[in-house]
Design a binder for this molecule. Structure first.
Ligand SMILES: [Zn+2]
Length: 109
């Protein structure tokens, strides 16, 4: 059994208690919110990882993946992950240009 701090009054409460002994704040509510926050974090990292992987797909498979990568990059910016989003957009444009040249080169050959 572990103790957590009540969000309302700050005293230590058992994590299995339904509500705080001191102020009556609902601890179950706290667990619920915590789980929701963790889900949001998990979803964000999934988007960030795919934002870095998609540009490589553009390089390896088809330049069209650059559009997907740009979309995911902008999506990450909209979600507040500015640094990752901007890096991903930069990589996407860079790989997109390389991808087009590689395809032209293969076409000419
Ligand atoms: Zn309390």
């Amino acid at each position: 059994m572990s103790l957590i701090f009540c969000r309302e009054c700050g005293i230590k409460v058992s994590e299995y208690a339904k509500s705080c002994n001191n102020c009556g704040y609902s601890i179950q509510n706290y667990h619920h919110q915590k789980r929701e926050n963790e889900t949001v974090k998990y979803n964000n990292s999934a988007w960030i990882i795919s934002g870095y992987l998609t540009p490589f797909l553009a390089l390896l498979l088809h330049p069209m993946f650059v559009l997907v990568a740009l979309f995911i990059g902008s999506f990450n910016i909209v979600k507040g992950n500015y640094v990752h989003g901007l890096i991903q957009i930069a990589i996407s444009i860079f790989f997109g240009i390389i991808g087009v040249f590689v395809n032209l080169f293969l076409f000419i050959l």
